[in-house]
Design a protein around this ligand. Structure first.
Ligand code: FE2
Length: 375
């Protein structure tokens, strides 16, 4: 059953961890130079900043790229036998850091560690000619980390240690705007632990819950709870596998990521037809639902502003809730392991996550699992 959690609203005055939004998402990857090129080429990100031996960072190379309010960082180690290399060996390419923008990174670290968070990085003041940036961090599920970034006194291109990345290769943007939500997959019986972590340690609240009656097909099942921070700028749905006839898609992820981690990052657009057309033309592969999905779509979701034909051609899904509707589509995994993928989402009033699409979507995922021999 779908449940709206009834909990007291978190007001600005009572929010002990005020967040201004997602600052950036950092991926640990086997080859950061090539990964950055892929995200520029295929997703339309722009070169922003570079850190590496040439900027005094001896052990790694990092490329920061940006599109509107979206900032991705790709980091690769220059040698083996360190935390980054071990992370890539174990997990493959994946999300390491979900960085959150705060007004006080020292206070964010103190408030969360006081409540039981495990520290990843004590507050560090980093300075260069462009000012001062303060960073701190705590651990979350798996080997994933939340960094708190305080950049109000920093005017540089990204952060100390980086220099501006000037490139002659600047593919057109695709209309991606900001991170809508980031989903974590956690292990069997770990849901409540991580819901508790976000509630008690980070001051989030559970705004939506789906159990395996909502989210099960013939084979795979999962449970999901959506955690939101006080002002709603940051949303972290959490998935746990559930028992089904065959292997849950979440279990497949956990097997191949070798542990808990970020399953997908949802990227917002104001024009999903244009964005998805661009992405497909640049080689991004999306999950496809059967065209019968569109036969009774308008009966299910009511009138929508978009023409049905392009949605059908592109495979874009539609769902409605009490406040409006949303359009969404999911990429196939963007690496060889069946782990991280992206969602492209356009909200037209709806604040939910596309529950009405779960069945068609999960059947599409199962067809992919089947083709990998993992169902
Ligand atoms: Fe999503």
């Amino acid at each position: 059953m779908i449940k709206e959690a009834i909990q007291p609203q978190i007001t600005a005055a009572t929010d002990f961890l005020p967040l201004q939004g997602t600052d950036y998402v950092e991926f640990y990857v086997g080859n950061a130079k090539q990964a950055a090129h892929f995200y520029k080429t295929a997703f339309g990100f722009q070169s922003l900043a570079y850190a590496g031996p040439e900027t005094g960072i001896k052990d790694r190379a990092s490329y920061a790229i940006r599109q509107n309010k979206l900032t991705f960082v790709f980091t690769t180690p220059l040698r083996g036998g360190n935390e980054i290399a071990d992370h890539i060996y174990k997990h493959g390419d994946g999300v390491k850091i979900l960085a959150l923008k705060v007004t006080n990174a020292t206070d964010a670290w103190e408030q969360t560690t006081l409540r039981g968070a495990i520290s990843y990085m004590e507050p560090v003041r980093m300075k260069d000619d462009s000012g001062e940036l303060v960073m701190s961090g705590i651990k979350t599920y798996g080997d994933t980390v939340h960094l708190f970034i305080e950049r109000e006194n920093y005017t540089g291109v990204f952060m100390p240690g980086y220099r501006k990345w000037e490139s002659n290769y600047n593919p057109a943007e695709t209309g991606l705007l900001y991170v809508d939500h980031c989903v974590g997959n956690v292990g069997w019986n770990q849901m409540n632990k991580w819901v508790g972590f976000y509630e008690n340690i980070m001051g989030f609240r559970n705004i939506l819950s789906f159990d395996d009656n909502d989210i099960s097909t013939e084979y795979s099942a999962l449970m999901s709870k959506v955690m939101s921070n006080g002002n709603g700028y940051v949303k972290f749905p959490i998935n746990e596998p559930a028992e089904g006839k065959k292997k849950s898609q979440i279990e497949e992820y956990l097997d191949y990521y070798d542990g808990e981690g970020c399953q997908h990052v949802a990227l917002a657009t104001k024009d999903i037809v244009k964005t998805v057309t661009d992405l497909q033309n640049r080689g991004i592969e999306f999950l496809k639902v059967p065209t019968t999905y569109y036969d009774d779509l308008l009966d299910r979701v009511g009138a929508i502003d978009e023409d049905l034909q392009p949605l059908k051609e592109l495979g874009i899904l539609v769902d409605r809730d009490d406040e409006g509707y949303l359009l969404q589509i999911f990429t196939k995994p963007v690496e060889d392991r069946p782990t991280l993928f992206f969602e492209i989402i356009q909200r037209k009033g709806a604040k939910s996550f596309g529950k009405g699409n779960f069945k068609a979507l999960f059947e599409a995922i199962e067809r992919e699992q089947e083709s990998r021999g993992n169902l």
